[in-house]
Design a binder for this molecule. Structure first.
Ligand SMILES: Nc1ncnc2c1ncn2[C@@H]1O[C@H](COP(=O)(O)OP(=O)(O)O)[C@@H](O)[C@H]1O
Ligand SMILES: [Mg+2]
Length: 698
């Protein structure tokens, strides 16, 4: 067959990725003593990263010291003035040279066996460049990203080294960002609100508000989201923008503050080819301008998108079949006997050659592809033979980069204020959070009011009053379970943002408490007033205020309890069952269904009765209602029973202290439950590495 006159596909120099460095820059590099270290690193994976460093910005600080004199890092590449943080020098953070060596990840495959997910991978990612992780589905791209980002699950065990600027160190809070495959955004916010909030959280207070806004607007435009800026993101609550647009919002939010290291899991998932090109182009140019180190797992890039990658790490079933400049991959396949056909997208060719999932299906067909297992073995052997054996340890001798400093962010107070505002907006717009409950409370309180209407002072009214008070307080608290799906969603968003260093657990707990307080106030006071006045409970505004205050404290308290459950049991169905079970148990021991003296002493009286907030709520409400009233005796013999006598004998209320003590105990419990919520999150974080450690030893 005659050779096609058309040229074979070849990578074109990308505008974001010049192939040659200027002679001036070359001089700068050779004059820097540290560069020898950099160059030895870049020669680890022969012929990996043969491409020279991108052109160097002339205005970048050369000494790694920020405006305030703080050291912002002195990675070897810093000395060539590489990192450019255009807008605010105080935002500068050190560049990250990420290296991994002999990285192996295994997971339990049952009966004490462990399956190898990643098999002795080595590689590096450099500042200013985009390293693409490619391979067939299930080859280990997400696992590699998780391992590099320090987010492997407790069921996985990792061996090998991961170095940051030549050091075994943890990434400082806020230094890296990870855009996961799952898009987690607050559904009720508009695109513009989500990005603006994120800018306020991530950018330091020294950046003027107008600039934060301008930066967020620019990011929205650059991600092609200007037309949907005013639309709700959507999700469980409402339809909102498309999946691809949501994906772009996630990327936009994470790249806003130009983190030094960015992990992207399938950033182009759900995007059409034009959108993929624009988004990846934006990421590549941001990486170059801001000297970010980008590692992106990409599934099936178009040839244009492929042309944007600087490095390529090609995986097949946990093994590395290629690591090096993306542009040299074709040559590598060609040299090993697997040339890319004319005009074929190189990524299609690579993935077709190394995918063995469908080989059995292909038997008997006219397809004449070499067996993928052979291809993989040939490429793996070839890659290993290309590596200089002496190079292995060289990467680990680098000790020149300063430890990564924590990036400057908004102050704690600003974060609390922004989060409170955002949470208030979400609670207001998500009908399932409070408004639905509010409507149902109104309906139920109207029902209570009509069933117990004008209860009077007969002997029977004693039982009616006690039942009404018990029911109103427990129903209002039980209904908090209805908001559980919203809590779980809040927790997921919090965990994602916390892992990416936007804010910490304390800011989240404070803002959540502050934002829920007024809503819980409204849903305690208005339905409470309907039930109170229709039933004809004790007159006097102070009595109603006390009644509403107890309801409000109970709802606050139960919300805290449900947040603790949401932090421990992230699945909402399991959480609802657990939460309602706990509440039912506490209610049972409150001294209403079984009088306190009749409760079995071990467990039920001590300690459960004293731990049950229903005990303090009902006893406070009883004192508020019965003290000062007199009731007709049974049989209407003209005798009267005073409230104090009823409290002591019929209801067995502890009369040694006033109703205000009961309220104070409830308020203390509100605080304790919120602190417990914070402790649960913190302990969960602290236990994670320990659990990892234990699972590694097993
Ligand atoms: N927790 C786990 N236990 C056992 N196997 C796992 C676990 N997580 C992932 N795997 C397996 O590891 C392989 C790689 O998964 P993943 O990194 O998600 O692949 P990719 O992102 O390339 O599609 C898959 O075959 C998957 O089934
Ligand atoms: Mg994946």
């Amino acid at each position: 067959m005659a050779a096609s006159p058309l040229p074979r596909w070849a990578p074109t120099p990308s505008p974001t990725r010049p192939l040659r460095v200027s002679s001036a820059s070359q001089t700068a590099i050779s004059s820097c003593s540290s560069w020898t270290v950099c160059s030895s690193l870049s020669s680890i994976f022969v012929p990996l990263f043969r491409r020279s460093a991108p052109p160097l910005p002339v205005d970048a600080p050369a000494n790694g010291v920020d405006d305030d004199g703080d050291r912002v890092g002195c990675h070897p590449l810093d000395c060539v003035g590489a990192r450019k943080r255009g807008h605010h020098p105080q935002e500068a953070s050190p560049m990250v040279f990420l290296t991994w060596e002999d990285l192996t990840v295994t997971a339990s495959s049952g009966r004490g066996n462990r399956a190898v997910i990643l098999d002795r991978l080595s590689g590096c990612a450099r500042p200013g460049e985009v390293l693409a992780l490619m391979g067939p589905s299930g080859c280990g791209k997400t696992t590699l990203l998780d391992a590099l980002a320090g987010r492997l699950g407790t069921d996985k065990k990792r061996t090998g080294d991961i170095l940051i600027n030549g050091r075994r160190e943890k990434l400082a809070f806020g230094t890296s960002a990870y855009v996961t495959q799952e898009t987690l955004l607050m559904a009720t916010l508009t695109v513009s609100e989500a990005v603006h909030c994120s800018a306020q959280l991530q950018l330091p207070d020294t950046v003027p508000a107008a600039e934060k806004r301008a930066r967020a607007d620019r990011a929205i435009r650059q991600m092609g989201l200007a037309t949907v800026a005013g639309s709700r993101i959507g999700g469980r609550v409402c339809k909102g923008i498309s999946g691809g647009q949501r994906r772009r919002v996630s990327i936009c939010v994470e790249l806003l503050a130009s983190p030094a290291l960015v992990f992207l899991d399938e950033p182009t998932g759900g995007l059409d080819s034009a959108a993929s090109l624009h988004v990846m182009g934006r990421i590549a140019s941001l990486a170059r301008e801001e000297r970010m180190t980008v590692v992106a797992a990409v599934h099936q890039p178009s040839s244009e998108v492929f042309g944007l990658f600087h490095g390529l790490c090609l995986l097949a079933y946990g093994k590395m079949v290629y690591f090096g400049p993306a542009a040299d991959a074709i040559e590598f396949f060609d040299a090993n006997g697997y040339p890319c056909p004319l005009r074929r997208n190189p990524s299609d060719h690579f993935l077709t050659m190394i995918n063995k999932d469908f080989e059995e299906l292909e038997e008997g067909t006219t397809l004449t592809l070499p067996r993928a297992a052979e291809v993989i073995q040939t490429l793996v052997d070839s890659l290993i033979s290309q590596r200089g054996s002496g190079m292995k340890n060289e990467a680990f001798t680098i000790k020149e980069g300063a430890p990564l400093a924590k990036k400057r962010q908004a102050t704690f107070l600003t974060k609390c204020a922004v989060l409170t505002r955002r949470s208030c907006t979400n609670m207001h717009r998500d009908a399932g959070y409070y408004w639905l409950r509010f409507g149902i409370y109104i309906g139920i309180c109207l029902s209570i009011g009509t069933i117990f209407f004008n209860v009077g002072n007969s002997f029977a009214s004693i039982q009616a009053r006690a039942s009404m008070l018990m029911f109103t307080s427990t129903l209002l608290t039980m209904m908090s379970i209805g908001g559980f799906p919203s809590f779980v969603e809040d927790m997921k968003i919090f965990r994602k943002e916390q892992l990416n260093g936007h804010y910490d657990a304390t800011a989240f707990v404070i803002s959540n408490t502050l934002s829920s307080t007024p809503y819980l106030g409204i849903i305690s006071i208005i339905p409470g007033a309907i039930a109170y006045y229709l039933t004809g409970l004790q007159r006097g505004f102070d009595h109603f205020v006390y009644f509403a205050a107890v309801l409000w404290a109970c709802t606050m308290l139960v919300e805290g309890l449900m947040m603790i459950v949401a932090a421990i049991v992230p699945d909402f169905l399991l959480g609802i069952i657990t939460g309602s079970g706990m509440q039912g148990l506490l209610m049972l021991n409150a001294g209403f269904f079984r009088l306190p003296s009749d409760l079995p002493k071990p467990i039920w009286k001590y300690p459960t009765y004293y731990m049950s907030y229903h005990k303090y709520a009902t006893q406070g409400l009883y004192k508020n209602e019965f003290l000062g009233l007199a009731f007709e005796d049974l049989g209407g013999r003209g005798l009267t029973l005073n409230g104090e006598y009823i409290l002591k004998t019929y209801l067995q209320v502890e009369m040694g202290y006033s109703k205000w003590v009961d309220l104070a105990i409830l308020l203390a419990m509100v605080l304790i439950y919120r602190v417990l919520f914070l402790v649960t999150i913190k302990v969960g974080e602290a236990l994670k590495p320990m659990i990892n450690c234990i699972s590694v030893k097993v």
